[in-house]
Design a protein around this ligand. Sequence first.
Ligand code: PCA
Length: 150
Amino acid sequence: MAKVFVYGTLKKGQPNHFLMKDHANGQAEFVAHARTVDPYPLVIATEYNIPFLLNVPGTGQRVHGEIYSVDQKMLEFLDEFKECPKLYQRTLIRLELEDGPGGGKHTPDAGSSIEAYVYTTDTYEREWLEKTTYESYNSNGDHGLPYVQH
Ligand code: PCA
């Protein structure tokens, strides 16, 4: 099982979360909420209002998201869905754990730090570095840039 940190449309309540719940794509189990140890620019770009974590650590904000434990099938599905490595590249990132589902003995401790895969991008346009950055993505946030399914 691999750990994947999602920060965009794959989070609960966001437009592509259903893809992680579809067992035809593999298995994904929620582990915990987390935020990046380093700041990164999380921007919304393209005509489809797609969220991207630009691979520029040290600028932007510490970004909130969700960690999932996924099987090989789901990892391959996500790579394909994220057009990895063309549009996004799957990299490792250091995260600070927030709350987990609670209860179980495998629940990680809040405040501890772990590494997980994340889909960041190096293939951004220069203007994206000037865009507004977000701490926590919400397609229906007051930025008025809802994700467009395509
Ligand atoms: N989905 C991925 C990356 C950006 C996006 O739209 C995610 O939620 O992490």
